[in-house]
Write a protein that binds this ligand. Structure first.
Ligand SMILES: *Cc1c(COP(=O)(O)O)cnc(C)c1O
Length: 471
């Protein structure tokens, strides 16, 4: 019977083209400073249209070099400061190559990638100060991790019947600081709880106002609602603030509520020097934690993690073994860690390898030093902004996030227009990428540096360019 062979006819030919592409990729990455984000040309849509005719490998490699590589997000460039985008690591080139070669399915069964994921979870558990009873799973990012964490919290509050009959008549309520990331709202929407049942607690002197939090919980209890979770933030997306996690852990145990911590980037201050490390003190007391390797651990997209203090609660929320997934005593269907029991996905790629490669190659100390460097650099940026005429910080710098306006002498509306114009112009010219957010009603410039390629000269170039447009 004829067989359609999808492997190369000539592996030596494949090898040549693969080596050529690898060289192109290494050139690209070793010259990251030459490659800022650039606007996508109108012709790209046509160039990407599926022709569906098949083409030889030489052509595919040429197209990847000419049509694909140039149109990246820009976050490999040293003056990319926007949103919270990790910059990637050269080690990712190697780990992704091996991961693609193995093509492991990490939903379960007994093979190496499963044990590697266990090692990565275990290492993170220890860094974060979680007990040995914990377990977790690598996921796309903190958004998915939050869904898994809050689903587990919900099950603790009402029992496993929630898997059978849903939320019933319970009026679940959760609490978070007003700077909480939208991922928490989305998770509550997906769980059928609805984001209007997230009480947003205003900020006090350090993170959310704790008296206000207690009052809100008492009020909900008096009204017959079902408070089930507090979401603490370790590193808020807009301004980089941290809730007092020890205080939140005390309140959570007082009211018997689940404490989830969104530590998407800020959890990694555990690897930094003080004063930044102490910002996340108490993180190990949480019931669950979400964090991202693709942000401040610099590993390539995508890779986040959820850690849950009590592995039994996590599995009670997600485990299911229909007949086609039944375990066997040994063989491939053996093994004790089936990650499909810890989360949403059944088929899963190998995310652990890129983390493992980074940890084994650079070592946690060097990664932690890069994190501290980022915090120092943002502090320096804040000093520079304060020293320049007209420019002003809109919030004190706490960790790696800086929000500022180009000209504080203008009206709110004028500042908004100017800052928006500056952000777009610097992006379009390939000078620097700031994102924008709104602080005190002003659309401001925002830098969140999780970039191991940035240095003080990059800050100078970017701020000079801001000042030039502001005039
Ligand atoms: C980025 C971020 C998220 C969302 O994480 P993803 O990995 O993008 O899904 C949640 N919370 C905070 C504080 C973030 O910075």
């Amino acid at each position: 019977m004829a067989k359609t062979d999808l492997d190369p006819d000539d592996w030596d030919d494949f090898r040549q083209h693969a080596h050529r592409l690898l060289d192109i990729c290494i050139d690209r990455l070793s010259n990251a400073d030459q490659h800022p984000w650039q606007p996508v040309p109108d012709s790209l849509q046509d160039r990407y249209a599926i022709r569906g005719q098949g083409s030889d490998l030489a052509q595919v490699v040429d197209r990847m070099a000419a049509d694909v590589l140039p149109y990246h997000t820009g976050n490999t460039h040293p003056r990319f400061f926007g949103w919270v985008h990790g910059t990637g690591l050269a080690s990712g080139l190697l780990s992704e190559m091996v991961a693609a070669t193995m093509n492991s399915n990490c939903g379960g069964r007994d093979h190496g990638a499963i044990y590697m994921e266990r090692a990565v979870i275990d290492w993170t558990r220890q860094v974060m100060g979680f007990p040995e009873t914990s377990d977790g799973i690598l996921v796309t990012g903190t958004s998915q991790a939050t869904v898994i964490a809050l689903a587990t919290a919900r099950l603790r509050a009402v029992g496993s019947f929630v898997r059978e009959t849903g939320n019933g008549t319970h009026q679940f309520v959760a609490y978070a600081g007003s700077g909480v990331h939208n991922a928490t709202r989305k998770a509550l929407e997906l769980l059928g709880i609805g984001h209007s049942n997230l009480r947003c607690i205003p900020d006090g002197s350090a993170g959310m106002d704790l008296d206000h939090l207690r009052r809100e919980i008492d009020k909900d209890l008096a009204e017959g609602n079902l408070p089930f979770a507090i979401i603490g933030t370790a590193g808020s997306v807009d301004t980089g603030t941290f809730d007092d996690l020890n205080a939140l852990a005390d309140i959570s145990s007082q009211y018997n509520l689940w404490l989830h911590v969104d530590g998407a980037f800020g959890a990694w201050t555990r690897l930094a020097d003080d004063p930044w490390k102490s910002l996340s003190d108490g993180i190990g007391r949480a019931d669950s934690l979400a964090c991202d390797f693709h942000k401040w651990m610099y590993v390539p997209y995508d890779c986040g993690m959820v850690l849950v203090r009590d592995a039994d609660e996590l599995r009670a929320t997600f485990a299911a073994r229909p007949s086609y997934l039944a375990p066997l005593d040994h063989g491939l269907a053996g093994g004790g860690n089936w990650y499909c029991d810890n989360g949403i996905d059944l088929s899963r790629g190998n995310r652990a390898l890129k983390v493992w490669t980074a940890l084994e190659h650079y070592g946690p100390d060097r990664l932690g030093a890069a994190i501290s460097d980022n915090c120092r650099l943002v502090a320096h940026m804040g000093d520079q902004i304060s020293q320049r005429p007209k420019m002003a910080l809109l919030r004190p710098i706490i960790s790696n996030v800086c929000v500022f306006t180009a000209d504080e002498t203008l009206t709110v509306q004028q500042q908004t227009e100017l800052n928006q114009d500056i952000a777009q112009t610097l992006q379009n010219k390939g000078i620097a990428v700031f994102s924008t957010t709104i602080v005190d009603g002003i659309t401001c410039l925002r830098a969140a540096i999780v970039n191991h390629r940035s240095d003080a000269n990059d800050i100078k170039i970017a701020l000079d360019a801001v000042a030039e447009i502001a005039g």
